[in-house]
Write a protein that binds this ligand. Structure first.
Ligand code: SF4
Ligand code: SF4
Length: 436
């Protein structure tokens, strides 16, 4: 099997799943209404849709006990690969099962067996032809930057990602922020129409060899640009760089990868940029949506050496010497800190940070199972009812677009870049504004 049989390697861990179903729920839920962790099982409403159910099917395939059916493939394609099951399993049960690793391996096995769902194959064809899942011509990729000047080589490489590159409604905000960074004295390199896919979606769909090829090509481009820092506007890309490339054993220790929220916060804290009070009064108090890719799935992945112990009256559990991969080290603070700098009060949704609920936009679900993606978005937007704010803010263009599409009045969804753009000021001018 090309690249080895990852699923066979994972079985020792995934077969330890006890079917306890803890991966379906957020640990210590605040209410019954929002106790689910898993948008997939919320949609399909049978056990096979959960992480545990998918691991049972994976084991059946690996042991030759069951065969692929259209129902099996339909079920797995409702999973957003959001990783909430993985965090819940580790917090509630044991670290050794690592359900998300099992799901990655299962999807890779499905691809290797030539059983990938038709829509997944179509997405991969578009990525192969155009470098993006949207299938938009490469010549369109840098249109947002018309008139801007970039260096061919610089210390900092700007990565925009396909979502913002092709969303014309976001181009003005993107330009304003990029121009402010340049005016603050940072020369930026940018790959323009040569900017390729980070490989995240290919990985999620199980096309691990193609993901590796895309990742290696991108890392080569970074080194050719002379950049030591990559600043990306894409939550999928930052997740790929920090969390998936280590799984691929791609060495990027010479490159610093930052999400734009982290970079802008650094610039604000060193006085190169500042943020004045947000321009729209409706943004005085907002609820922040932690995107799975930006939060939980951006924690740098570390391989753990587990040892077995006997716990809880005979259930075999496993603990690594330290709590690894609990998703506590994702990007949670930077976007909140930027909002606070604009005098915006940040309300927490019930499911937040590493226990955030996926909006349904990721993992190919939006394209393959739109009804499942819509239901996840509506479930997430429902949490606004428990807050004083009716505004949900996301630092991910993909989530913001998807949530906005399914929001019903009075709920509204705002992309963080649309709040930042009118507030960004070059230099430390905000100090005076904030002292007023
Ligand atoms: S929480 Fe872990 S052990 Fe329990 S059913 Fe889910 S994957 Fe299996
Ligand atoms: S990755 Fe997300 S959608 Fe898939 S089984 Fe786990 S919690 Fe459910």
């Amino acid at each position: 099997m090309p690249g080895g049989d990852l699923l066979a390697e994972r079985l020792a861990a995934t077969d330890r799943c006890t079917r306890c179903s803890q991966c379906k729920f957020v640990p210590v839920p605040k209410s019954r209404a929002h106790m689910s962790a898993c948008p997939s099982i919320d949609f399909v409403e049978y056990h096979a849709g959960s992480a545990s159910g998918q691991l049972i099917m994976a084991s059946g395939i690996a042991h030759g006990e069951i065969d692929y059916t259209p129902e099996l493939l339909d079920t797995i394609s409702a999973c957003t690969m959001c990783g909430a099951c993985d965090t819940a399993c580790k917090v509630n049960f044991a670290e050794i099962v690592e359900p998300l690793e099992g799901l990655y391996a299962f999807r890779a096995r499905i691809v290797a067996d030539g059983q990938s769902p038709k829509r997944h194959r179509e997405i991969m064809e578009k990525i192969g032809e155009t470098g993006s899942s949207q299938g938009v011509a490469r010549s369109e990729r840098a249109k947002w930057a018309t008139g801007l000047t970039f260096s061919t080589r610089a210390d900092v490489l700007l990565h925009v990602g396909s979502v913002l590159s092709y969303d014309a409604s976001k181009h003005q905000s993107l330009r304003t922020i990029v121009e402010a960074v340049q005016q603050a004295g940072v020369p930026l390199a940018y790959l323009g129409q040569h900017e390729g896919s980070c490989g995240m979606l290919a990985w999620d769909l199980g096309y691990h060899e193609q993901a590796r090829t895309l990742a290696n090509a991108f890392v080569r481009q970074v080194r050719q640009s002379g950049a030591k820092t990559v600043v990306t506007f894409s939550s999928s890309a930052i997740s790929a760089y920090r969390s998936i490339y280590p799984r691929m054993d791609i060495d990027t220790s010479d490159i610093r990868f930052l999400h734009f929220t982290e970079y802008l916060l650094e610039m604000a804290e060193t006085g190169r940029l500042s943020l004045k009070t947000a321009s729209d009064h409706a943004w005085r108090k907002v609820a922040f949506h932690d995107t799975c890719k930006l939060g939980r799935l951006t924690e740098p992945y570390q391989r753990a050496d587990y040892s077995l112990t006997k716990e809880m009256g005979g259930i075999y559990a496993s603990r690594s010497p330290e709590a690894l991969n609990f998703s506590r080290n994702g990007i949670y603070e930077a976007p909140r800190a930027l909002l606070r700098q604009m005098d915006i009060e940040v309300e927490e949704l019930e499911r937040n940070r590493e226990f955030s609920y996926c909006c349904g936009a990721q993992g190919g679900v939006k394209e393959t199972r739109p009804a499942a993606a819509k239901m996840a978005a509506r479930n997430r937007l429902d949490e606004l009812k428990e807050t004083e704010s009716q505004v949900m803010v996301s630092a991910c263009g993909n989530c913001a677009h998807h949530l906005d599409k399914h929001a019903r009045a009075p709920a509204t969804v705002v992309d963080l870049i649309d709040i930042l753009a009118p507030s960004i000021v070059v230099g430390a001018a905000n100090a005076a504004v904030r002292e007023r």
